[in-house]
Design a protein around this ligand. Structure first.
Ligand SMILES: C[S@@+](CC[C@H](N)C(=O)[O-])C[C@H]1O[C@@H](n2cnc3c(N)ncnc32)[C@H](O)[C@@H]1O
Length: 338
């Protein structure tokens, strides 16, 4: 494999101003190298507070390449970091946990704390899931939420580790509800709450998306023909001032299929109905092959058909640590004002 030296040097150079701004705003979690757009597809380097997380998705790095890369990042930042290498090139993006190439020091794999927009986040180099506990390309959306949630009721859908909820609480939301079906992810969300004791406590609802959002929206929950639905928590119909909809690209459950390519509408429609008349819905689509223009048309048409036309909309792009050569970043975010 050719050395990544030059590509990484350019990436670090291009980020100098951004990193200064991020440090000033209380952020030490960011992407240092976004390989697919910066000359080494399938390789990413992220800083999560005290930790340097290197991930390869196509080809494993050699030990020398890894150590050289880590050294370059540390020299550029002027900080020593705890190195964790997660090789995910084995198929289905699974982390190779054998540590054949580089054994992380125990301190690097401990529970650590990273910071974003002045908030504390749980950071873990390895855990039961595959992805890091904080998705860095959503940082600007979390910043927007923090700046626009004072006095608002906020619903965080597909909450994962509740970063958006935490940002809303920090922005002075009157109420924050995080919804996800994975208890393990919500548990990290609870930890994130505990790591920021000055904030109002958040609420956590462990439920499949479909029955939860349909109840909030006042829509019926239909079982597939001949099938009995699993248990789901009962919720009252109600609306929120600010709703965040950031689903995974694809997921199937007993209640329905999350499919951002073929069927965004069944996610979007109830989320619009659960948004207050003069509220805001922030919706995302992280599937690279969906073009912003097509998806935006779909989203605006869906709102129109529901009799809830969008008064104003705004695109929120990821920050410059996620550069995109064609100006079409995989994560697309729309802020819809009703
Ligand atoms: C890509 S993450 C969402 C990222 C998140 N919005 C954030 O701010 O980091 C996907 C999340 O959706 C959850 N999830 C997937 N399918 C679901 C479903 N049918 N109902 C509820 N949660 C679901 C997963 O447990 C996971 O936490």
């Amino acid at each position: 494999m050719p050395s990544h030296d030059q590509a990484l040097r350019a990436a670090l150079h291009n980020r100098q101003d951004l990193l200064t701004a991020l440090h000033q705003q209380g952020t030490d979690c960011y992407r240092l190298f976004h390989g697919s757009q910066e000359g080494a597809g399938g390789l990413t380097v992220d800083r999560y507070g005290p930790q340097l997380l290197v991930q390869s998705f196509h080809q494993s790095l050699s030990r020398d390449e890894l150590l050289q890369l880590a050294e370059q990042c540390q020299a550029s930042l002027g900080t020593q970091l705890l190195l964790v290498y997660n090789d995910r090139s084995q198929g289905n993006s699974r982390i190779d946990r054998t540590d054949a190439i580089y054994q992380a020091e125990p301190a690097a794999l401990e529970d650590l704390i990273g910071h974003e927009w002045g908030l504390n986040y749980r950071v873990r180099g390895r855990h039961a899931g595959q992805d890091p506990l904080l998705f860095l390309d959503l940082r600007n959306a979390r910043g927007w939420v923090k700046a626009h949630s004072a006095g608002k009721s906020v619903l965080n859908l597909f909450a994962y580790t509740c970063g958006v909820g935490l940002s809303a609480a920090a922005g002075g939301a009157s109420e924050v509800v995080n919804l996800d079906f994975a208890e393990g992810n919500l548990a990290v969300g609870r930890e994130n709450g505990t790591l920021n004791p000055q904030l109002q406590p958040m609420q956590f609802v462990q439920s499949d998306y479909f029955p939860a959002i349909r109840q909030l929206a006042g829509l019926p929950i239909n079982a597939r023909r001949g099938q009995k639905l699993p248990h789901y928590p009962r919720l009252e119909q109600r609306q929120f001032d600010l709703v965040l909809l950031d689903p995974p690209a694809w997921a199937k459950s007993a209640f329905g299929t999350v499919d951002l390519l073929r069927d965004y509408q069944s996610l979007l429609k109830p989320a619009i109905l659960a948004t207050a008349d003069d509220g805001v819905l922030i919706c995302c689509n992280n599937l690279a092959k969906v073009a912003m223009t097509d998806w935006r048309e779909q989203v605006l048409r869906c709102a129109e058909k529901l009799g809830r036309p969008v008064r104003d909309w705004q695109v929120l792009a990821p920050a410059r640590d996620f550069p995109s050569q064609d100006g079409q970043p995989p994560l697309k975010t729309l802020i819809l004002q009703f």
